[in-house]
Design a protein around this ligand. Structure first.
Ligand SMILES: [Zn+2]
Length: 481
């Protein structure tokens, strides 16, 4: 049986009582104090009086037991119980301030932890945002570009255009157009714009951008060439002159654009026209690609018929016998002009000056003139015939200061195909006043050409026709048709 520790001061008395009489089951203190005492039987009240050696004084009511008297039995073992003689006030005055400090500090730490947790939660919790009508959950630190990728790249990039607006690089424009909460973002800063604090973003296709470019002032503005009219005489009637102004140059395309004109360029005007002999039976016979082996025989035929002609020579043929032939041509009143230095061989493929570089084009012409001057000791005629008859405007703009006129033709005998002499003669017989006739003294066997002339010229002379040089023909007025 356990001790009854509730009332140690009555221990002996209780034990004595236990031996004397079975004790009723113990009730909770509250019950004992509040209920049992008032209802105690008369014999129970008599126990203390019957106990031998005990004071006859009535037992103090349990309710009078000082509360402090029980304190030592509820303290932790080993801890000394403060003496009742110690002043409780003095003890309280040394412990209460430290408890308060600790309590306040603890509260502060707890509050700080709570605040930190709230802030951390706020900063790291995902955000919900509508991307092109689709609700996405994104990290709070996400950017516009993150949303673009998370939404599956819902827009197509623009392109890079050159300064003329032509497509230069596909997909090199802005990646997308982003509208954040109804506000369209600057494309250059859109990608890194944070999403936090916003509720919706819409992506539409990127826009085209123009290539980077440079702008320079006081730059030459190249003049153009106007190719006007019809006819075998191709005469420069107005020399071109470059202008100046502000030029924009595309850094990728290299294209140039005139932004502002300081002085206007003046176009070259290359006019095609006809000599107007007003019905006079005048014809210009022309021979290309010589001098050649048969040129002297051809010169004999012309001489015998009192006919003058124009020879468009190939410069690199004018040496040795060729130089002598050219001298004879000049001596007998013919006109010697150039058909270029080597018939636009090499890069020109022997047919077209425009296949050559600008520098080569000029050399072809100047060396052709020089070869004639070297052979004859005289300045040549500054008209020419372009190889293949090809003299596009871009060549004109490059050589217009070297050449007075390019000479075409009205009648093509196609003698270079070596048709029968009678067919060449027949072509010659159909000339009209002011015609320029194309034939060849070089480039191969020209026996048929010579024979055709031998047939036709006497008949034409008899019929009143006169054969003049190009220079003589160009003294006539011109007409447009
Ligand atoms: Zn030719």
């Amino acid at each position: 049986m356990s001790h009854d520790n509730d009332f140690p001061e009555n221990h002996d008395a209780l034990r004595t009582r236990t031996h004397a009489r079975p004790r009723p089951a113990k009730k909770p203190l509250a019950t004992q104090e509040g209920q049992r005492i008032p209802t105690r039987r008369a014999d129970e009240r008599a126990y203390p009086l019957e106990t031998p050696g005990r004071s006859s004084e009535p037992r103090a009511p349990r309710a009078q037991v000082p509360t402090d008297s029980r304190a030592p039995y509820t303290r932790a073992p080993g801890k000394p119980h403060p003496s009742r003689s110690q002043t409780p006030v003095a003890q309280t005055s040394t412990s209460r301030p430290s408890k308060t400090v600790f309590a306040v500090a603890g509260a502060c730490v707890a509050l700080a932890l709570v605040l930190f947790s709230v802030v951390h939660w706020q900063s790291t919790r995902p955000i919900d945002i509508m991307v092109n009508g689709q609700e996405l959950q994104m990290p709070r630190t996400a950017t516009v570009n993150d949303a673009f990728e998370a939404a599956g790249s819902p827009a197509t990039a623009g392109n890079m255009l050159d300064i003329d607006g032509e497509l230069l690089q596909e997909g090199s424009g802005t990646a997308y157009t982003a509208t954040l909460d109804g506000h369209e973002l600057d494309p250059s800063a859109a990608a890194d714009t944070p999403l936090d604090g916003h509720t919706s973003i819409d992506f539409t296709n990127g826009v085209d951008v123009e290539e980077p470019s440079n702008v320079a002032e006081n730059q030459p503005i190249a003049h153009g060439v106007q190719d006007v009219g019809h006819g075998p005489l191709h005469i420069v009637t107005q020399k071109g002159q470059d202008g100046s102004g502000t030029i924009k140059t595309g850094q990728v395309s290299g294209k140039q654009q005139v932004i502002e004109v300081t002085s206007d360029p003046v176009d070259t005007i290359m006019k095609r026209c006809y000599p107007d002999t007003q019905g006079e039976k005048v014809v210009a016979l022309t021979f290309d690609d010589g001098p050649w082996d048969d040129t002297n025989e051809l010169l004999d035929v012309l001489r015998d018929n009192g006919a003058k002609a124009t020879f468009f020579t190939v410069g690199n043929r004018i040496s040795g016998n060729g130089a002598d032939t050219v001298k004879r041509e000049v001596a007998e009143g013919h006109q010697v002009a150039t058909h270029t230095w080597d018939h636009a061989a090499g890069d020109g493929q022997s047919v077209n000056l425009s296949y050559m570089s600008a520098e080569q084009q000029r050399e072809e012409i100047t060396k052709g003139f020089q070869a004639i001057e070297d052979a004859t000791g005289q300045k040549p005629s500054f008209v020419m015939r372009a190889p293949g008859g090809n003299f596009p405007t871009e060549v004109w703009s490059n050589v217009e200061d070297l050449v007075v006129a390019d000479i075409g033709w009205d009648v093509d005998t196609t003698d270079w195909k070596r048709p029968e002499a009678s067919r060449i003669a027949a072509e010659l017989m159909r000339v009209t006043p002011g015609d320029i006739v194309l034939m060849h003294d070089g480039g191969g066997n020209r026996k048929n050409t010579i024979e055709g002339l031998r047939i036709a010229l006497p008949k034409l002379v008899q019929d009143g026709w006169k054969f003049v040089t190009i220079d003589e023909l160009m003294k006539y007025p011109t007409k447009d048709s």
